[in-house]
Design a protein around this ligand. Structure first.
Ligand code: SME
Length: 155
């Protein structure tokens, strides 16, 4: 890789532009979904140093923990439960500025204060989610949503 993500400077938008290009080029060269989830979670962390970044995959009707970066997390999340299960059920990104205000939020870590969960889809159906947690309130906004949805669309 030519660019080193951890020394990228600039606005959030600029960081996402570089990150997105990196993800596109990574995924052009690799078709294995788990391998790509592992590297994409690492690349997001190298760029933004969030509290937790990772994937859950729909396996036998439940979200099962996939590749991630950060502290250990709950392994299984039911349909409609927590922020992840809601993103799955509603087939829609969940932007949560304060997790304490989200009914049914699943606290994998008490340090997590805000969260964004973006569905991954195949033929319109949710096949998994990209979940990012922050230890600060209101970390995520429409810029994160726009770019993370573009990244999720690559899976
Ligand atoms: N908080 C999530 C659970 C997953 S962890 O944050 C990694 C939720 O409510 O679905």
């Amino acid at each position: 890789m030519a660019e080193h993500l951890d020394i990228v400077e600039g606005t959030k938008e600029e960081k996402y532009e570089v990150l997105y290009r990196q993800v596109v080029s990574l995924m052009e060269g690799e078709t294995d979904c788990i391998a790509n989830m592992a590297n994409v979670s690492a690349m997001i962390q190298e760029t933004f140093h969030f509290w937790w970044t990772g994937f859950y995959r729909v396996v036998d009707g439940v979200l099962v923990l996939g590749p991630f970066q950060g502290p250990l997390a709950c392994t299984r999340i039911k349909y409609g439960r927590g922020v992840c299960g809601t993103a799955w059920k509603e087939n829609k990104t969940q932007l949560v500025p304060d997790v304490e205000q989200f009914p049914g939020h699943i606290a994998c870590s008490s340090a997590s204060k805000s969260e964004i969960v973006v569905p991954l889809r195949r033929d319109g159906e949710v096949t998994g989610v990209l979940d990012i947690d922050s230890e600060y309130l209101a970390t995520f906004d429409e810029t994160d949503q726009k770019w993370l949805e573009k990244i999720a669309a690559l899976f």
